[in-house]
Design a protein around this ligand. Structure first.
Ligand SMILES: [Zn+2]
Length: 164
């Protein structure tokens, strides 16, 4: 075959057309890690975006509404006081174990509502946007670093070279 190119590295194999990496191996690994990080970042950013809205909505509830939601499922009064941060005492493991599933869920939501009053939803949203944007950039950069181009690969030793 006239277009057969002998391998310069091993001298035995021949070079055949093949897709080869544009970048050295270490850079390809970096690109791969960037893409994994980007996928995780997109997931966390997306959760923060939706979670932030939910937390903001919980924070809109007044303490009276939170209290009614606890009393609606008959959470015992001493635990309501603790959950509402009306006493110096905080909830204990024994308190939580004494609750049924509905009551425990109501207490958990009450805690979120009280914490949410301290959190600025705009901060959460900004954090989510920054993470989503950074992840999108990392995804593109990672993809570029991992790109392949047409080249030649040795059938014997696997050495690659760019097509001239
Ligand atoms: Zn070779």
């Amino acid at each position: 075959m006239p277009d057969t190119v002998p391998c310069a590295k091993c001298g035995r194999g021949t070079l055949v057309p093949s897709k080869i990496r544009k970048m050295p191996g270490a850079v390809v690994v970096l690109g791969f890690l960037l893409m994994i990080g980007a996928v995780v970042g997109l997931g966390v950013g997306g959760l923060a975006k939706f979670g932030g809205k939910w937390i903001a909505a919980e924070g809109q509830r007044t303490p009276e509404e939170v209290r009614r939601s606890l009393e609606a499922v008959n959470v015992p009064a001493p635990i309501v006081s603790k959950a509402m941060h009306e006493t110096e005492e905080s909830l204990t493991e024994a308190d939580l174990k004494s609750l049924n599933a509905d009551q425990a869920a109501a207490v958990a939501k009450a805690q979120v509502a009280l914490v949410a009053r301290e959190v600025d939803p705009a901060d959460v949203s900004r954090f989510a946007d920054t993470l989503l944007l950074g992840s999108a950039i990392a995804l593109v950069v990672g993809w570029i670093l991992r790109m392949k181009k047409p080249g030649l690969r040795c059938t014997n030793c696997g050495a690659t070279s760019a097509t001239p």
